[in-house]
Design a protein around this ligand. Structure first.
Ligand code: CP3
Length: 350
């Protein structure tokens, strides 16, 4: 868990904050900033023809990764890709169905299906994202850090069993009760692949990596320990060169367990009580928390809610962000207002 701040980065506020060092103001970026809201993104997306064409084309990947840095003025870039490249590399290809989301024609239903999964080599199986990172690094020329990412093993497991998003994830949760040992085998395969993939992203130039556990909150605490945290722990322990952020959305009851992970930063959603998070996070940096729906409000409300949040976190290492990804129909001008509000905030003027 070494957290050297990258020497060649001009604006390294994100890395400083992740390391727990005091910063003149909190760094700011938005989950899902690449894609989703910018008209400039939609143009490139239309040119690519489909989401998957965009993800697998390193030049276009680089272009949409840089857009939020240039247009929104955020303090970090996040590589444009998806958490679902891992199941695809393991042997379960996904489709991105327009207006519906991910769909897997083939899912995991048996021991034989798990046995048939491939050992991955990120440099060949996910070469497009690794190449995209290299291009982004060149084009960023050290302006801001680049964030790499992957899904947490349980969230990927849920997609591989379920075959799509779900309201209940009852197939995936049922699988844990029916086949606990098989579940562990599958989670281990996903974990091993994720470790290789994240380390390849870091070798290509990612300055920090974030693990998204979007479906963490559907498990009871005991199961989350056994089928969730244990594998995230392995991932955090395998990364030594850059800071790691774990965002386990909705995990409020087990937040003190997250605080024991060997990572630097913990993401928090908008349901998280701020003083509770600060108390439980011990020596970790916190990231996020603003309700993404605040960005639908009038300017005065956006500024007020943002400043209140910055004040509430002003005594601890903190990275400003939303409590989940920015919603697709958010006005980019409102996002700019949020970013500017953080950038003009000074810890001294509190
Ligand atoms: O943060 C970024 O902007 C980087 C790019 C990124 C994407 N997906 C691009 C994307 C990141 C970090 C992700 C992570 C991701 N993907 C998560 C974890 C974060 C979260 O939101 O909880 C999850 C659960 C997925 C799976 C996924 N991919 C879903 C459910 C969907 C459909 C609905 C949606 O969220 O947009 C996607 C598609 C997707 N991934 C899009 C983008 C820009 C939209 C596709 C399009 O342009 O048609």
């Amino acid at each position: 868990m070494q957290t050297e701040v990258a020497p060649n980065i001009k604006n390294d506020l994100l890395l400083q904050a992740a390391k727990g060092s005091p910063t003149k103001r909190p760094p700011v970026w938005l989950m899902r900033q690449a894609g989703r809201i910018l008209p400039e993104y939609r143009k490139v997306r239309a040119k690519a023809g489909s989401f998957k064409n965009l993800v697998t084309n390193p030049e276009l990947t680089a272009e949409v990764t840089l857009q939020p840095v240039d247009i929104l003025g955020v303090d970090a870039a996040i590589i444009f890709s998806d958490i679902l490249v891992i199941p695809e590399a393991l042997g379960l290809p996904y489709e991105m169905v327009e207006k519906k989301g991910p769909f897997f024609p083939k899912t995991i239903t048996s021991a034989a299906d798990i046995e048939a999964l491939k050992d991955i080599d990120p440099y060949t199986d996910i070469h497009y994202t690794i190449q995209g990172i290299k291009i982004v690094k060149e084009q960023l020329s050290g302006r801001v850090p680049l964030i790499g990412f992957a899904g947490a093993p349980f969230t990927i497991f849920a997609y591989m069993i379920e075959g799509s998003g779900s309201k209940t994830f009852s197939k995936a949760r049922g699988f844990l009760y029916r086949y606990p040992e098989l579940s562990k085998q599958l989670l281990q395969k996903i974990t091993d692949a994720t470790i290789l993939y994240l380390n390849a992203q870091i070798s290509a130039g990612a300055n920090l990596v974030q693990v998204f556990d979007s479906w963490a909150s559907i498990l009871p605490e005991k199961q989350y320990k056994e089928f969730g945290l244990k594998y995230i722990h392995q991932i955090c322990s395998s990364i030594s060169k850059v800071p790691v952020t774990v965002f386990a959305k909705g995990v409020t009851h087990g937040f003190d367990l997250l605080a024991d992970l060997p990572c630097e930063t913990l993401g928090i959603d908008w349901n998280m009580n701020r003083s509770y998070a600060i108390e439980k996070a011990k020596n970790k940096t916190l990231q996020g928390n603003l309700d993404p729906c605040v960005l639908y409000a009038d300017d005065q409300t956006i500024v007020g809610e943002t400043l209140k949040m910055l004040d509430d976190f002003s005594d601890v290492p903190y990275i400003a962000n939303l409590g989940h990804g920015v919603y697709p129909d958010t006005d980019p001008d409102k996002v700019k207002l949020f970013v500017e509000t953080v950038k003009t905030y000074s810890h001294e003027n509190k």
